[in-house]
Design a protein around this ligand. Structure first.
Ligand code: ATP
Ligand code: MG
Length: 418
């Protein structure tokens, strides 16, 4: 039975083999270990031996979409949705990070990029989603593309240039952006995410550029990929992995309560592996925790934080900053506990003191970051809301976001007073 070859740029990193029950095993190529010696994951350190199915499957499966998109894709391509090998075989050419996974053939993969414009197909797909959202998802509608992106929300990685969308035709054609369509279940979620990302940027957090893009009358959340860059007229890939991958956890453990990472584990990982000034990383994590508390983003789980592998390992920009609190039917539980609580409404000063221990920061420092972040947001959020409303037009979401921010800002003030 043939294997899959894992490439990083044009170089072979290793081989993926099928293992029973849909699992896989990964092994670095001897040449790669000799010449490059770079690890593709903190959970897959350089070694000659083949990795166990557990750790191999966890890393690669984390690249796949979750829920409906995965089920529909597997169904359309006639394989079991738990078949990790089959998924990689079909959709591994362009993933999060630098890896490209293609069936073993002995051929040298192409050097020149090739994209195909999907503007007509995309419009049709958006129409189909609008008419029957339960049945249609963006990604499977356009799934001739051999690409993959994680997450529960419907989305599509694309090559975007000058108002036109394309998909890769070969592994030498990285996507540059990710689009997410509007959702019939969560009103104006595309505007929600554009606003929250913009607010984060204006509050001083590092986030990729994103915007609300209207395509053929359909609003899309459009974000630049921070794991891509242009060089010599080509798009190149940068390697990244999320915290679940880095910790060797399967995607279904992305929530702390289900065994996923919490702030303590994120801090430990940062201390052990990140090259930047560790106190800066800890402060950034504390600031984004505060930001998420304020916008009511309860879904900041282990797959919503990533690290970048370049010459050194650094914290990736923040992404997926969305207010979930504006949707009353969404889970109120925090993806990562603050102190000892998973309940947004139970967070108190004691929780922040415990968090400071998890982060190995002085409580005064944590209080200072929380207060400074809240003050900054308090100063700008109404202006940013007004700008968005003016630029994109009125929508209920802006008043919902206003209410959530106002409420949570008042709560932070009260917590810090007591
Ligand atoms: N701007 C970006 N650049 C590079 N990679 C990104 C970017 N945004 C998201 N990703 C990658 O895509 C994955 C899915 O994105 P995102 O978290 O926004 O989707 P989601 O479906 O909303 O997630 P969730 O399941 O948390 O709701 C991320 O885990 C990350 O690996
Ligand atoms: Mg996410």
């Amino acid at each position: 039975m043939s294997n899959l070859t894992v490439y990083w740029d044009q170089q072979i990193v290793g081989t993926i083999s099928r293992h029973p029950k849909g699992e896989i095993t990964f092994q670095y190529a001897a040449e790669w270990l000799k010449n490059s010696g770079r690890q593709i994951s903190l959970s897959l350190p350089c070694q000659e031996e083949r990795f166990s199915p557990g750790v191999s499957t966890a890393f690669f499966e984390n690249l796949f979409p979750e829920s409906d998109a995965r089920t529909i894709l597997a169904f359309n391509h006639r394989f079991d949705k738990k078949d990790t090998f089959a998924f990689l075989e079909n959709f591994g050419e362009d993933c999060a990070g630098a890896l490209s996974i293609i069936p073993e053939s002995g051929d040298i993969p192409p050097h020149s990029s090739k994209y195909r414009c999907i503007d007509v197909e995309l419009q049709k797909a958006l129409q189909a989603i609008e008419s029957d959202p339960g049945k249609h998802k963006l990604y499977p509608e356009l799934a001739n593309a051999r690409l993959s992106i994680a997450g529960a929300q419907d989305k599509l990685p694309v090559y975007y240039e000058k108002g036109s969308f394309s998909l890769p035709e070969n592994s030498a054609s990285p996507t540059t952006h990710i689009i997410k369509p509007a959702s019939p279940y969560f009103h104006d979620i595309q505007r929600n995410e554009v606003f929250c990302m913009d607010l984060a940027r204006q509050a001083g957090l590092s986030v990729p550029h994103s915007e609300l893009y209207t395509f053929a009358g359909y609003e899309l959340f459009l974000i630049e990929r921070y794991d891509r860059f242009h060089s010599e007229n080509k798009v190149k890939r940068v390697h990244q992995e999320d915290f679940c991958q880095a910790m060797g956890l399967p995607f279904h453990k992305k929530y702390q309560e289900q065994g996923g990472p919490g702030f303590l584990h994120c801090r430990e990982l940062a201390e052990e592996h990140l090259s930047a000034d560790i106190s800066v990383v800890k402060q950034k994590l504390t600031a984004v925790m505060t930001f998420n508390f304020l916008i009511g983003n309860n879904d900041a789980h282990g797959k919503n934080f990533s690290i970048i592998h370049k010459d050194t390992i650094t914290l990736a920009p923040f992404y997926d900053l969305v207010s979930t609190q504006v949707y009353p039917n969404l889970d109120r539980k925090l993806a990562m506990a603050i102190g000892n609580t998973y309940r947004h409404d139970r967070v108190n000063q004691g929780a922040f003191v415990k968090l400071s221990k998890d982060m190995k920061l002085r409580p005064e420092k944590v209080f200072e970051i929380i207060t400074a972040t809240a003050q900054k947001i308090g100063k700008i959020y109404e202006k940013v809301l007004a700008i968005h409303e003016k630029q994109y037009g009125k929508a209920v979401i802006y008043s919902d976001l206003h209410t959530v921010l106002l409420t949570n800002l008042a709560r932070i003030q009260e917590i810090m007073r007591n």
